[in-house]
Design a binder for this molecule. Structure first.
Ligand SMILES: Nc1ncnc2c1ncn2[C@@H]1O[C@H](COP(=O)(O)OP(=O)(O)O)[C@@H](O)[C@H]1O
Ligand SMILES: [Mg+2]
Length: 149
């Protein structure tokens, strides 16, 4: 599935459609190079879940956690860029953070990847002119939720 994200509004609209359909246990795996628009889409999802404050990029902290009532469901926003090996995911205690929460993962491949999980929505972002293109590959649990429509 290729979705053109010609500007920030288009990224925000995709973020809203994902947020409306997001459930605990899901992963939204956001891949693509530096500046591809991963944090922008993650922020759009978090805002559409009801979070009213500014969302920091987790590039330094690696993991940022959000809990109701500030947003609709427990959420973990992670940026695995700085991990040197997927084994470090265990040291972070990611599984504990994920309990009952949805996960937004930037640089998912640095954490070993999540595409084997049926609840994983894989989104690859690429620069396209002044905007971006999203290439979306849904896990089985996302097929009927179709956030690309
Ligand atoms: N759909 C879009 N159209 C145009 N610019 C965008 C879009 N999405 C993100 N950007 C811009 O791209 C830059 C990098 O975005 P960011 O989300 O921080 O990237 P990443 O987290 O992938 O490194 C920012 O300046 C942001 O405003
Ligand atoms: Mg980022």
């Amino acid at each position: 599935m290729m979705i053109p994200l010609v500007d920030h509004d288009a990224s925000a609209a995709l973020g809203r459609r994902i947020a409306d359909r997001l459930r605990p246990g899901d992963v939204v795996a956001l891949s693509g190079g530096l500046g591809a628009g991963k944090t922008t889409l993650a922020r759009a999802i978090i805002a559409a879940l009801g979070y009213a404050d500014e969302v920091p990029s987790p590039s330094f902290a690696i993991i940022e956690c959000y809990d109701p009532p500030a947003l609709r469901l427990p959420l973990v926003h992670a940026d695995f860029y700085r991990l040197e090996s997927p084994a470090e995911v265990d040291e972070l205690g990611l599984d504990d953070y994920r309990e009952g929460a949805a996960l937004l993962a930037e640089w998912p491949e640095h954490a070993g990847g999540f595409a084997h999980e049926p609840g994983c929505l894989s989104i690859r972002l690429e620069v396209a002119g002044n905007g971006r293109t999203a290439i979306v590959v849904p896990g089985d649990d996302w097929l009927e939720r179709a956030p690309w429509t």
